[in-house]
Write a protein that binds this ligand. Sequence first.
Ligand code: SAH
Length: 387
Amino acid sequence: MIVLKRHADRRIRKGHLWVFSNEIATPRISELETGSIHELQDAAGEFIGMVYANPSSLIAARILSRKKAPIDRAFFVHQIEAAVERRKRLFPDRDTYRVVFGEGDLLPGLVVDKYGPVLAIQSLTAGIDAHMDLVQDALVEILAPEAIYLRNDSPFRMLEGLPLEKRLAYGKLPEQVIVELEGLKFVVDVPGGQKTGMYLDQESNRSLLKHYVWPGASVLDLFCYTGGWGIHAVAAGATEVTAVDSSRPALNTAQANADLNGFGDRFDPIKDNALDFLKKTSQTWDVIVLDPPAFIKSRSLVKEGLKGYIDINRRALGKLQSGGILVTCSCSHHLDPPGFESALLSASRQSGRELRLLDARGQAPDHPVLLAMPETRYLKVMVAQVV
Ligand code: SAH
């Protein structure tokens, strides 16, 4: 049993799932066993929910259920089945999507991506690690995958005092994983790629390019990773895509993806630092996609990260033809949509290029935002046109 201090229940009763270590009245934090399940009570002794605990994390407990019920195999089967049903309704024709998005699916700390017959799991907390067998059993029962691969190499695990590891947890990986999205094919390197192999959080945004790329357009895909945006751009009619990334393996996969779709002749991968590339190049483009890694890695780095966003957006705007389109993204958790919008406004002023905002979006719907938990919202995408 974990009992909260007075008033600490307010945020949690509104739907938030985290209990911070300074909000717990009893027991002493050090007495909580890592990954253990407890009933959570408010200061008046009223039941709030079932939590798992981690004494070595600032987030000392996370709510798994608001019902007084055991956290067992049936619990995970029920929760994961519900998440799968939501995805099937969203994407009736797709076999590739994020099955579970942690807190957004009321399964804090658990991420499951499905790439056709292969599942990739990220466990981000001690509480999920402690129940990994049950999670895997449930996934096998519900989705009958050919393989489950554990990508427990996320640095977030270190905040929970957990080791980093990668391994096959079930079945056998196919020689090559190739998925189809919007009629386009992509190779996914589940053991070796970034995150779990692909950035599925942008999938519903990449298909926006069909509205903004016109036949014959030239497109710059900056921070292209395995070419997701660039390949959608060719499908939308672009005849010339320059794809820049600092990772050689990512670019190799990007080229393989372009070839796989028959787009090899319209796709030009370049290994470079994105900012250096923009400083050097004298070329201009009709459409530029800017989808960098998070520049703001912690709350203390907001100012510095904002400068990074302004700088790269300013330089990208300088490389757009008039009437050109900028698709600019930020996946920094510590930057909210208005903050990102004002960074873009600064970039627009500094580059002397006035912008019209055509669209503003967030993460794909298989990465749902729990409205009561702003922490579950992280991706921001704006589409703007040079006036
Ligand atoms: N746009 C991609 C996802 C990008 S993730 C997609 O749709 O799938 C960020 C990418 O930026 C990674 O591939 C990483 O290798 C690359 N990267 C990180 N720092 C970079 C830098 N300074 N210059 C160029 N690429 C960089």
